[in-house]
Design a protein. Structure first.
Length: 249
């Protein structure tokens, strides 16, 4: 590559980064992207209510995010649904969230405090499990010799067999998405497992009722069936992972 070509590539990258930064440097659009990290498609009206803005304002912001390639949209009848464009965009949003100041301001209400505890315990990170539960599952997989982390995340031969047994078959690896990769958890500040395997595990956990969605957000709850499953499969004590009401570990 010539110096001129290198300069053109650098300029194009600068322009792309500037455009992306401009798209995300708005509180409403950021709120939309964070809400969509639950992996589901939302309507414009749902996002408007979530962010506390008028429907017309939401529609304008969503159009910019779709045009910028951050969101993808689908139409069903009169409804317009939007979702994050792909797992790479979701990873970018989640990674950027880790750069929040570590010492967050005290929650203004008990409801906000409860929401923070719920998100810290277990949540979806686009299409995989995150929070204390997600990190604990990753640590348990590593401790049992199912996941190797020396040079990046990779399932061992035993881990591939375990995954196939739990899921009834291995998830397909498509495009550039690997079976396993690390994803920095923004509340635990440690990596949890992502990739097509973790997405398949998350779908399986939701389908089997091991985890259930709490309200309309990203937080997840774990009932008796989930506690039993995680204990049986990975020797996890789910109760020990729950944050205390006063916010202590």
């Amino acid at each position: 590559m010539s110096a001129a070509d290198d300069g053109r590539v650098s300029t194009a990258s600068q322009i792309a980064l500037t455009r992306l930064a401009g798209l995300l440097a708005d509180g409403t659009r950021a709120a939309f992207c964070l809400a969509l990290l639950d992996g589901r498609a939302w309507t414009a009206g749902e996002l408007a209510r979530h962010a506390g803005v008028a429907p017309s304002t939401a529609s304008e912001h969503l159009s910019r995010l779709v045009a910028g390639g951050v969101l993808a949209e689908e139409h069903q009848g009169r409804h317009r649904y939007v979702r994050l464009a792909d797992p790479a965009v979701a990873q970018l949003i989640e990674d950027m969230a880790t750069h929040d100041p570590p010492a967050a301001a005290p929650p203004a209400t008990l409801r906000v405090a409860g929401s923070r505890r719920a998100l810290a315990f277990a949540r979806t990170c686009y299409d995989h499990l995150a929070g204390r539960l997600g990190v604990a599952i990753t640590d348990a997989l590593t401790g049992r010799g199912l996941l190797e982390r020396e040079t990046g995340f990779a399932f061992t031969e035993a881990g591939v067999a375990w995954l196939g047994d739990v899921l009834g078959g291995l998830p397909p690896v498509t495009g550039r998405r690997p079976l396993a990769r690390p994803c920095l958890d923004w509340t635990e500040r440690r990596p949890h497992l992502a990739g097509s395997a973790r997405a398949a595990l998350c779908r399986h956990a939701l389908r089997e009722g091991w985890v259930t969605r709490v309200g309309s957000g990203r937080a997840l709850g774990v009932g008796p069936a989930g506690a039993e499953a995680f204990s049986r499969l990975l020797d996890l004590d789910v109760a020990a992972l729950r944050p205390s009401p006063d916010g202590a570990a």
